[in-house]
Design a protein around this ligand. Structure first.
Ligand code: C5P
Length: 223
């Protein structure tokens, strides 16, 4: 029995992470933050000194990723990579950049495929990423594509990082975001683009609650 799946794709900073977390919580479903997997592969590659163009070794790393996700009392997810808490480092733009480099390699993407699909168990799954609706769960009954202007996405990232005690500058963030967009949209394997049957939502002037309500209404209207 295949679990119900809602896919939430889009560029960085469009609100996918927060929206997906709230949707999963409301529905009581599993949550898959697929970007975290690519970030972990990037970080593991750095730890092991694997070159970012060594596709075969990076694919092996991805396949055997030693990671645990622990939910603490305050509901924050702790990410433990090879025994080390990398929760904070994982969210930095630097690691986002590493992620988008390893994510361009087909060997890495296919090594992560089974791990991602295994999250679709129980009553349902909300997953966020770049190719959830196009590649990983092409049969998902509800696919959302979230966007927002680059300016607004940089502003949101800044606030998010600040709230976690991580310093950053708005102009650097905007530059990183545009660079990462270009890399994610122009790669040959699983480029970032809306699935043909995706509902596109521009979140530039919407609050998180408005976006979540809109998606829940869409889910309800489809039964
Ligand atoms: O969403 P997040 O910013 O954590 O993703 C980091 C990077 O991982 C993205 O820029 C993208 O290159 C890659 N990624 C991907 N496919 C996904 C999720 C993330 O290629 N499903």
């Amino acid at each position: 029995q295949q679990a119900a799946v809602i896919t939430v794709d889009g560029p960085g900073g469009a609100g996918k992470g927060t929206v997906s977390m709230l949707l999963a919580k409301y529905l009581g479903w599993q949550l898959l933050d697929s970007g975290a997997l690519y970030r972990l592969v990037g970080l593991a590659a750095e730890h092991h000194g694997v070159a970012f163009d060594n596709e075969a070794s990076l694919a092996v790393l991805a396949e055997h990723l030693d990671v645990q996700f622990k939910v603490s009392k305050d509901e924050l997810v702790q990410v433990i990579l090879e025994g080390e808490d990398v929760s904070k480092e994982l969210r930095t733009e630097r690691v986002g950049g590493l992620a988008s480099q390893v994510a361009a390699l087909p060997g890495v993407r296919s090594a992560l495929l089974a791990r991602q699909r295994a999250f679709a168990e129980g009553s349902g799954l909300v997953c966020d990423g770049r190719d959830m609706g196009t590649v990983v769960f092409p049969d998902a009954p509800l696919k959302i594509y979230l966007t927002a202007s680059a300016e607004e996405r940089a502003r949101r990232r800044l606030e998010q990082l600040r709230s976690k005690g991580i310093a950053a500058s708005l102009s650097d963030l905007k530059k990183d975001i545009l660079e990462r967009d270009a890399r994610d949209m122009n790669r040959e394997t699983a480029p970032l683009r809306p699935a043909e049957d995706a509902v596109e939502v521009d979140t530039t002037s919407l609050s998180i609650t408005e976006v979540v309500d809109l998606i829940l209404a869409e889910a309800k209207s489809r039964g």
